[in-house]
Design a protein around this ligand. Structure first.
Ligand code: ZN
Length: 223
């Protein structure tokens, strides 16, 4: 799937990848591109990036919303081909260094371990071409979960899903933190499109109305 918004002239391609049906995103604007969460066998996006490269568009970075194996599985492959830095939050370094253990949890072949090169943190502004992207810390599903926000779009990782939210039973997860992160997302402008780490695209408006699971979690924590 390729979405493009001709007004602001940024482009986004999405691929649903691997046994956990993880969404990977290729975002590009004005001669620069980033891959967000290169998951297991994101080959359509890899081919798309090779085509863009032939057209003079350069991959500048690999961004991870968090360190769970299905979101970082192909970091090594993309880094080997394009020689670009990996960005991740410091609180999720642990996961990138322990891909062996994570591959055992999920019954996957172990990918090559590559440490991150750059740290992500709250308030940071990243650029892809002329497009400014804000980094939001949204911990809870993992301690170093972040989202990427640009032009009314939020790449949310596994914080929120369509009428659901990320699991809190993995090491380092914290339901209270996730409740606060969900609150923050649901207070964003209603028209914000949410590009989830799994499943369908949704919006803040739709989730503020219909995500009873998130509402229940937030109410439980407030009680
Ligand atoms: Zn996850």
């Amino acid at each position: 799937m390729v979405n493009s918004d001709s007004l602001s002239s940024w482009h986004l391609a999405t691929q649903n990848c691997g046994p956990m049906e993880t969404n990977s995103f290729l975002l590009w604007q004005n001669r620069e591109a980033v891959i967000i969460d290169p998951s297991i066998g994101a080959d359509e996006l890899l081919q798309k990036m090779r085509d863009l490269h032939s057209d003079g568009i350069r991959l500048i970075a690999i961004w991870n919303t968090h360190g769970h194996i299905d979101h970082v599985y192909d970091n090594a492959r993309w880094k080997a081909e394009f020689d670009v830095p990996i960005f991740c939050h410091s609180a999720d370094h642990f996961f990138l260094e322990h891909l062996r253990e994570q591959s055992l949890w999920f019954g996957l072949a172990e990918p090559e371990v590559v440490p991150p090169d750059e740290l992500l943190h709250e308030g940071q502004t990243l650029k892809v071409g002329d497009l400014e992207v804000q980094v939001l810390e949204l911990p809870g599903h993992s301690p170093g979960s972040v989202a990427f926000y640009f032009d009314d779009h939020l790449v949310s990782g596994d914080v929120i899903f369509h009428h659901s939210y990320g699991r809190v039973d993995l090491p380092g997860a914290d339901a209270k933190q996730l409740g606060r992160s969900l609150e923050r997302v649901l207070q964003m402008p209603a028209q914000t499109q949410i590009l989830c780490g799994h499943g369908a695209l949704t919006s803040v408006g739709a989730e503020a109305q219909g995500n009873t699971a998130a509402r229940d979690l937030m109410a439980k924590l407030a009680a």
